[in-house]
Design a protein around this ligand. Sequence first.
Ligand code: ADP
Ligand code: MG
Ligand code: ZN
Length: 606
Amino acid sequence: MKEVRQPSKKPLIYYYAIMLLVVFVLNALVFPNFNQRAITETDYGTFMTMIDEKNIGLVDIQSNQIVFTDKAQQKIFKTGIMNDPTLTERLHDSGAIFSSEIIDEASPILSFLLSWLFPILLFVILGQLLSKRMSKMMGGGGMAFGLGDSGAKVYVPSSTGIKFDDVAGEDEAKDLLTEIVDFLHAPEKYREIGAKLPKGALLVGPPGTGKTLLAKAVAGEANVPFFSISGSEFVEMFVGRGAAKVRDLFKQANEKAPCIVFIDEIDTIGKKREGNFGGNDEREQTLNQLLTEMDGFDGSKGVVVLAATNRPESLDPALLRPGRFDRRIPVELPDLQGRIDILKVHAKKIKLEPNIDFEPIAKTAAGASGAELANIVNEAALRAVRDGRKAASQNDLMESVEVVIAGYQKKSRVLSDQEKKLVAYHETGHALVAALQTNSAPVQKITIIPRTSGALGFTLQVDEGDHFIMSKEELLNKIATFTGGRAAEELVFGTSTTGASNDIEQATKLARMMVTQLGMTKEFGMVSFESQTNQYLGGGGYMTCSPETQARLDKKVMDIIEEQHEKALALLKDNIELLHTLSKYLYDHETITGEEFMDILNSHKQ
Ligand code: ADP
Ligand code: MG
Ligand code: ZN
């Protein structure tokens, strides 16, 4: 994925810096030499001969030297002073002109003009010409300088540009974008028939799912220039600059059509305008300019504006009106097959041992984004290098999943013996409750090595295939599993610790969802009491019921969790020997794989 990317302002700055340096060097080294070479030092004898031959033009007798020129005033000479009383007379007779301005032929001001101002001016003019030339050539697809006023970057796809093949697991998005590619390829085809393609499309999805990559791939597939700007770049700008930048961006784009204009993180400028606080003037101006530009340009010319956001709900509705970003392209987290495909795309970039099976890796990395999967592959390669091996192995990949998803292992942070024991029981508690309930996912691996992410233990649960629909029983089992950690602590140590705070949060979230959104309780039935405001950031829901109902809902949530907590306690009590054995194993080895876990579990059952 090689692409030429040149911010427009930089080349000019470099150019001027180099220019100043050149002028400086010239002044320091070359110009003084000129002056010195112009003055030839001669002996007094030659001077006298020249007087006799009447070959003196100008002459200046100074206190320590005599400076003079030949008759034609072509050359300047100098010679020392001698005790020569008749000199002035003889010079006069020879027709020499007495002048005190032979060397200082250029006054200080003039010499400054000549040696500094003039060269600088020359360079500036040259620079202007060059930059005009370059921006013209850009259209030809050769150069990549945008020396306009805006900071919009110009991407010119080279032959190795990003293609749809580089984006895995986003077939739906690719399908939707194919039409745009076709349009950019042959805008005439659409113009002739009178079809109007959307001017703008909005790529919507969580971070790291390949939105930027897809936008680049559209440009790569269509082989058109790619102008990109990020919404966040506007935020730090001086007042008025944002709008100007947008104007420049679209001006450039119009000149280079067909092309793609990509606005990343559009939510930073396209946020809903809130009336009460007077808003952010700069952002509003920028947004207004963007709206104006989108309405103004001729869509049939082949300028397509793509924008990306992970917070579609926060966008100003004006942006989504017809003729603007009226097409929405979802870019979701990859499913199992998608994850396998993404791993394979990135695996091509590193050396791998033969016969790698990507499926278990993709399974373990449930919920990972494309960016995280790319990171996992890279991390595997790093591991191999660290160990001095030539290719990454299956195990490297497997270990990398944990590193990327749970943060680096931090062996330096040592747990006290008691802490370690407690964490071992806590994590085994989760896993055992999960395994004992038939519907819960089996455990892939547990480890009690602290990680930088802050989580002490870490239980990886592998979903068997990706399923989005869960039954009420599965949800309840999940809640029981969340409480299993605390339950084990209580059973064995008779205390509760802070280690379960995240579990409690998760369990509460689930239980709450069951009651207020999923209609999974008899009492409240199929009524939604909560609306989700932010799908991607998991932002808060807001309640749509009376305070009395809310109190009853809260009570129900507590009941559900308490019930599952009791269930977990009972399960662990019934299998207390198993809990001890598994926890001891985990304590001793610091990690236990799903296989080892199930072996111990099954041998106990016999
Ligand atoms: P977003 O813009 O959605 O936050 P990016 O496009 O910036 O995500 O993705 C960052 C990196 O993650 C990409 O450069 C690529 O290496 C990898 N990546 C993300 N999604 C995918 C995908 N679907 N297929 C292949 N690689 C991906
Ligand atoms: Mg991005
Ligand atoms: Zn826990």
